[in-house]
Design a protein around this ligand. Structure first.
Ligand code: 16G
Ligand code: ZN
Length: 548
């Protein structure tokens, strides 16, 4: 009862905006920052309830990622460090849209009862709250804290400005009983990076031209954090641009811009031709690489699919070395189940390449939560969206086996190739973020693998050649009219549309095309691929006309 009156009182200070319907969507709530105060406050309450339900630490992140600076958003990191459990999303939707304090508090009471949420903390609970560099973040963070502290017994811990993956990492680390400050994060990344550098094959010291990297920080939090991390690293020659000191967040910069427009971001140009470049998005959970072309603002894009391919090659190679067992006496080796997870946006050439490597490839719908969940089913699951969000997940079982194996190898064959492979894999499990895709940790892993292979960005890019593709969006009144199946590759509604799409596809050699409702905007997205750019454009345009 005391709880009820606290909630009534505090929620009356955060009236919901009129006439706006909010939905938790693919990656939390996102909208113009001016309408989010009440939503963020309410998500603070949701996070606090989640913390009590799971009796663990939960995260709350205020960001709108690659969207414009005047937007903002809020999402919850679950106790594992991953996305909020999907069965709580409907509750998030309903509380965000409750029209007045009474109905809001009633929803909460009903939910607490239904979910059997204990209203006291037995184990370590608490909410880590973070935000990106958006100016609106400061007051939204206060609203989140108010929400959290209106649930008796749960405290908000203000982590300040962070990348989204840092916050997820911290939640995961806390709940594993590990140290989880920002410095711990940087120490873990730099330490495991150093370890991989020490294990580079002899003679693979690439020349100066190849080791220089220029990073586009999207004028966001990523550039700032990378500058700190860089000071802890040796063996990397990095030039960080668009780190947010001047220039507008995500405006003409960042991974989303570079990947979708396929042009150079601001402050890159002809002087950078031939040099390896990378681009982060506004909250540093996406990473793409590119190189500038001479006499043009176009780029050679090295997208998430190619990062995935590079990671897959490296891991596969280390597993192969590890499994080169000479005698039967050595314990039976572990057949690590390695799999990759992509979405329908993955370039067809990448999928063909990965399959040709003998890898199991799985498709899921768009959205990190779906890819992550699938990847977690493997011993080693690598997932990436073409837009640059992805990571490598290692199962607990595999990590234990690997630790044991490398202990034994250090006794029986110290310095052997097998021991090195085991140590490399161990370092990768620490370097690459196990909670969520992380541009900073991904960047370090790409860099060390390129040095390992002795490759330039061009050699990497030549692993396979992307099929030309085109993405369009069609504004519609009701995007829910389109319903998809089979990981968004088939449109089952409106009736008959898939047949019409198939008829278009049939006109183009190696043509592939799908439509899907966006999870973040009121649009239907169209993706098309074919053997020439012209054909891909034509196919996309004719399918867009079917949707209109
Ligand atoms: C969100 C998703 C991203 C997805 C994108 C698709 C997360 C953390 N982010 O940004 O994975 O690619 O939405 O947007 O899940 P769309 O539905 O508008 O095409
Ligand atoms: Zn992002």
């Amino acid at each position: 009862e005391r709880q009820r009156s606290i909630l009534l009182k505090s929620s009356s200070r955060f009236p919901p905006p009129q006439g706006v319907r909010l939905s938790y969507g693919t990656a939390g709530f996102r909208a113009d920052a001016s309408v989010l105060q009440s939503t963020v406050y309410r998500v603070g309450i949701l996070a606090a309830l989640r913390s009590l339900k799971t009796q663990s630490v939960i995260g709350l992140m205020i960001t709108a990622s690659h969207n414009k600076v005047s937007d903002n958003g809020v999402k919850v990191a679950d106790s594992s460090g991953g996305m909020l459990a999907q069965d709580w999303e409907p509750f998030a939707d309903s509380i965000a849209n409750a029209p007045d304090p009474q109905s809001f508090v009633q929803l909460i009471c009903d939910f607490v009862k239904k979910e059997n949420i204990p209203l006291e903390a037995v184990k370590t609970t608490g909410i880590l709250v973070g935000r990106d560099t958006r100016p609106s973040g400061e007051s939204l963070l206060e609203a989140a804290k108010e929400g959290v502290s209106s649930i008796v017994g749960v405290v908000a811990i203000d982590m300040g400005i962070l990348t989204t993956p840092q916050l997820h990492w911290m939640v995961r680390a806390r709940n594993k009983g590990m140290e989880a400050s920002e410095l711990d994060y940087f120490n873990q990344l730099s330490g495991s990076f150093r370890c991989l550098m020490d294990l580079l094959p002899q003679g693979n010291k690439t020349n100066e031209m190849h080791t220089k990297l220029i990073v586009d920080g999207s004028n966001g939090v990523g550039g700032e954090k990378l500058e700190i991390l860089m000071k802890m690293l040796t063996g990397l020659n990095m030039d960080i641009r668009n780190s947010g000191k001047e220039g507008v967040l995500n405006e003409g910069v960042g991974a989303d811009y570079v990947q979708k427009e396929k042009v150079v971001p601001c402050s890159f140009g002809s002087a950078d031709v031939g040099i390896r470049c990378a681009s982060l998005d506004g909250d540093a959970d996406r990473l793409v690489y590119f190189s500038c072309l001479a006499n043009s603002n176009k780029i050679d894009l090295v997208d998430g699919d190619k990062i995935l391919s590079l990671f897959a090659l490296f891991i596969k190679e280390q597993l192969r070395i590890l499994n080169e067992v000479e005698t039967e006496k050595v314990e039976k080796y572990h057949q690590a189940h390695l799999g990759v997870v992509q979405t329908a946006y993955a370039n067809g050439a990448s999928t063909a390449y990965l399959k040709q490597l003998g890898l199991e490839v799985i498709l899921t719908p768009t959205g990190v939560k779906y890819l992550h969940e699938k990847a977690a089913e493997f011993d080693i699951g690598i997932y990436f969206e073409a837009n640059g969000h992805g990571t490598i997940l290692f199962s607990e079982h595999f990590i234990r086996w690997l630790e044991d194996r490398s202990d034994k190898l250090s006794l029986t064959s110290k310095g052997s190739e097998q021991q090195k492979a085991a140590l490399r894999l161990m370092a990768v499990t620490k370097l690459i973020n196990q909670a969520v895709g992380d541009a900073l940790s991904g960047l370090l892993l790409v860099e060390v693998i390129l040095q390992h292979m002795g490759w330039s960005i061009h050699q990497w890019n030549e692993l396979y050649e992307d099929l030309p593709s085109r993405q369009l969006k069609v504004k519609v009144l009701d995007r829910t009219a389109v319903v998809t199946a089979n990981a968004e590759t088939v449109a089952v509604k409106p009736l008959g549309i898939q047949e019409a799409i198939n008829a278009e596809i049939a006109k183009y050699p190696r043509g592939r095309c799908f439509i899907r409702p966006s999870g973040t905007e009121d649009v239907i997205r169209v993706y098309a691929e074919a053997i020439t750019q012209e054909a891909a454009d034509d196919l996309a345009n004719s399918v867009a006309r079917l949707v209109d």
